[in-house]
Design a protein around this ligand. Structure first.
Ligand SMILES: [Zn+2]
Length: 399
């Protein structure tokens, strides 16, 4: 997982030196370790080391779940009927608005710990289940506090344009006004968001509405990302590229012009096989076109209660291989160096490289290809974050 490396870029019988600041000071063959005195040495015989995993697309801070709704759907109740009974995304918004900070923190921590336990050291978390200024700010603040208490690194993304809340009686334009004029300046002032995202789909926000949001977001200095072309070809990839977005995510229906636009803009394509699986989709993202045009491909869990109740980036890797026909090398790159790029963090993580953060996963596996082959097998021996053994998030709340 270094620039220009063939396949996995494997170095056998290797050694890594980590400095006091938690950075990789040296790496190479163990018989070539420079003759400096190391304060401590550790042997990890018969293990593989990779960059720690990076989940570049989650919505894991929310209250409640939609398991009852899932059961209703399996019993034959239609989406429309479920929505009429108050289900769908608004049920999560209502539960999230009503939940206390501590309840939200406790429920979300469990999902974050799940990711950590399988080797994830950096996680992106989106807001978007508040849909009013106060609750969106609260979600971003809780996410920041989880980051402070955890040994993990958390990127926060403001996703106010996730759905139109009922207070706006279906007027997406009026809600977009609020996102642009009230929410974005407040989010900026809070200092609690690293990027801005939107959901571009026929039943969510149009390309014009998203463009309005992105213009304000960029004027405030935020990089942008986009949920694009998941259920229809709505020009989302083109739109994301036109704003030089960090990433365009989903992309099942993106056409060849959209793929070319992503390539020209250097926008990362984030594939989300958990949502594809949960929604029983049949339209696969254009992986061949993405490869032909050298678009950087990343993979996320999309952990969310409605369309991807997936708290496992390792399973997302296996699903990307089995459903989207990504190679094992693409799956590991998609959850390390390419996922770092999707978050704009490629300068110091996602590779095992001198000067990079010593975020390292140590695996009990036979070969790195195992990571997109096995499902549900415990493989992580240890996770180092900034050169230190990672701990679970503190359960004491000191916010
Ligand atoms: Zn998503």
């Amino acid at each position: 997982m270094t620039d220009g490396a063939k396949s996995f870029g494997i170095v056998e019988n290797a050694a890594i030196a980590i400095d006091a600041a938690g950075r990789i000071a040296w790496l190479g063959a163990s018989n070539e370790v420079p003759p400096k005195t190391c304060a401590e040495t550790h042997s990890v015989d018969n293990a593989w080391l990779t960059p720690a995993l990076i989940d570049c697309h989650t919505h894991l801070v929310f209250a409640g779940d939609r398991a009852a709704e899932f059961a209703q759907r399996r019993a034959g109740v239609s989406y429309e009927e479920i929505a009429r009974r108050g289900g769908g995304i608004m049920s999560t918004v209502n539960a999230t608005r009503a939940a206390s900070d501590d309840a939200l923190h406790a429920q979300s921590k469990r999902r974050l710990d799940n990711l950590r336990a399988e080797g994830v050291a950096t996680v992106e978390i989106k807001s978007g289940y508040g849909l009013n200024t106060d609750t969106e700010l609260r979600l971003l603040e809780i996410t920041r506090s989880m980051s402070r208490e955890s040994s993990l690194s958390v990127s926060t993304t403001f996703l106010g344009a996730h759905a139109v809340p009922p207070e706006f009686n279906g007027s997406a334009d009026a809600y977009v006004d609020t996102v642009c004029n009230e929410m974005l300046p407040a989010v900026k002032a809070s200092g609690n968001a690293d990027a801005v995202d939107a959901y571009c789909e026929s039943f969510a926000f149009s390309t014009d509405q998203v463009a309005r949001i992105f213009e304000v977001a960029q004027s405030l200095g935020f990089p942008v990302k986009l949920h694009a072309d998941q259920l229809s070809d709505g020009g989302g990839a083109d739109l994301a590229a036109s704003f030089n977005a960090l990433s365009a995510d989903h992309l099942e229906y993106t056409n060849s012009a959209g793929v070319k636009a992503l390539a020209n803009a250097g926008t990362v394509a984030v594939l989300l096989p958990g949502a594809y699986l949960t929604l029983n989709e049949t339209q696969q993202p254009p992986v061949g076109l993405l490869r032909d045009h050298d678009v950087v491909i990343a993979i996320g869990s999309d952990c969310n209660p409605g369309t991807s109740p997936l708290c496992s980036l390792r399973l997302a890797m296996t699903l990307a291989a089995s459903q989207f026909f990504l190679t094992p090398e693409e799956c590991l790159a998609g959850t390390t160096c390419n996922a770092a790029r999707a978050l704009g963090l490629q300068r110091d993580r996602g590779m095992l490289k001198e000067g990079y953060r010593a975020d390292i996963a140590i695996w009990d596996i036979e070969h790195p290809r195992d990571l997109s082959y096995w499902m549900g097998r415990r493989e992580l021996r240890e996770l180092l974050v900034n050169g230190k053994r990672s701990q679970e998030i503190s359960t004491t709340t000191n916010r």
